[in-house]
Write a protein that binds this ligand. Structure first.
Ligand SMILES: NC(=O)c1ccc[n+]([C@@H]2O[C@H](COP(=O)([O-])OP(=O)(O)OC[C@H]3O[C@@H](n4cnc5c(N)ncnc54)[C@H](OP(=O)(O)O)[C@@H]3O)[C@@H](O)[C@H]2O)c1
Length: 280
């Protein structure tokens, strides 16, 4: 990283807690790879203070802001403008200053789709199963539908949240009850775990779904990245499927933000290496 100068641009992530965030690592690696005079820091912002943080971003002239838990919804309300996806989701994870106003984006879905395409798997025409209906699952489901998926089946413990996730998906979305998931899992091209099951220190049976219908030719993504290898990924690989953890999504959602802020093509390889070192 270049030593900061009077001309250095500042970007940041706000969240609570935020100390564990990998975003500073990813973005500073990207700035360094391209020799950009930018610095990225993590800022702890207490719940309830998101609107004040956004006013601060504007006053201080930050070049970009990432937003993580618990501020994504409050930031969506505090931005001057939202993209269609951010408005549909009611959640913002990336703020871009444009002519003195703040535009809220959600890069989780586009980042997920980019990470799938990076494996060589087509999203257009794909049959997809999304496990979970929280913030990440809703963003992923919306982007899969917008990217031409033939079907997006949402499976969630709490049925009402699955209905909410499916509502903006048009004809390609449907709710599948957890006890009816075997058929959709067997016929899926892409299976995504966007629940928190498998996070932390999972036991060997800590699975979001019975993996026995999985098979070769499928892509199974677990968006959890701590740990890198979840019981679902191990089981999917055992069944012959291609298994991918949450790191590529993490990198690609940051890459989309980086490009919005700097106007430069993101150095995805350098960004991946920066977190691989830390997580492995
Ligand atoms: N790789 C990346 O870039 C990336 C980006 C964003 C998030 N993530 C990861 O994605 C995961 C979800 O994040 P989020 O923000 O969407 O969380 P969230 O909004 O809290 O949603 C959590 C989801 O997990 C489900 N769930 C929790 N415990 C469960 C259990 N015991 N059995 C079945 N379902 C359970 C919830 O179901 P109910 O609705 O029934 O409660 C809900 O669907 C986290 O692990 C997060 O770290 C990764």
């Amino acid at each position: 990283m270049l030593p900061p100068t009077g001309a250095t641009r500042l970007a940041a992530v706000i969240g609570s807690p935020v100390r564990h965030s990998l975003s500073p690592r990813l973005h500073n690696a990207a700035f360094a790879a391209l020799g950009l005079d930018w610095v990225y820091v993590a800022l702890e912002v207490a719940p309830g203070d998101a609107a004040a943080a956004l006013a601060g971003m504007r006053a201080l002239g930050l070049g970009g802001l990432s937003v993580t838990t618990p501020h994504k919804e409050a930031v969506a309300e505090a931005c001057h403008h939202l993209t269609d996806d951010a408005a549909t989701l009611g959640a913002v994870n990336c703020v871009v200053p444009v002519d003195g106003e703040l535009v809220g984006h959600n890069t989780d879905g586009p980042g997920f789709v980019a990470s799938v395409r990076a494996t060589g798997t087509a999203v257009d025409g794909a049959r997809c199963v999304v496990l979970g209906a929280g913030g990440a699952a809703r963003a992923i489901s919306l982007s899969l539908a917008r990217s031409g998926a033939a079907e997006v089946a949402v499976v969630n413990r709490t049925a009402a949240r699955a209905e909410q996730a499916v509502a903006p998906l048009g004809g390609v979305g449907r709710v599948v009850a957890p006890d009816e998931v075997a058929g959709p899992l067997a016929s899926a091209d892409i299976v995504v775990n966007a629940t928190t099951v498998g996070m932390g220190e999972p036991g060997p049976d800590d699975l979001p779904v019975d993996p026995s219908p999985l098979h070769a030719g499928q892509l199974v993504v677990d968006i959890v990245y701590r740990p890198l290898e979840t019981p679902l990924l191990a089981a999917a690989r055992h069944q012959g499927a291609t298994a991918v953890n949450g790191v590529p999504m993490l990198v690609h959602q940051a890459a989309v933000a980086f490009e919005l802020w700097t106007g430069e093509a993101a150095p995805v390889e350098a960004m991946s290496l920066s977190v691989a070192e830390l997580l492995s």
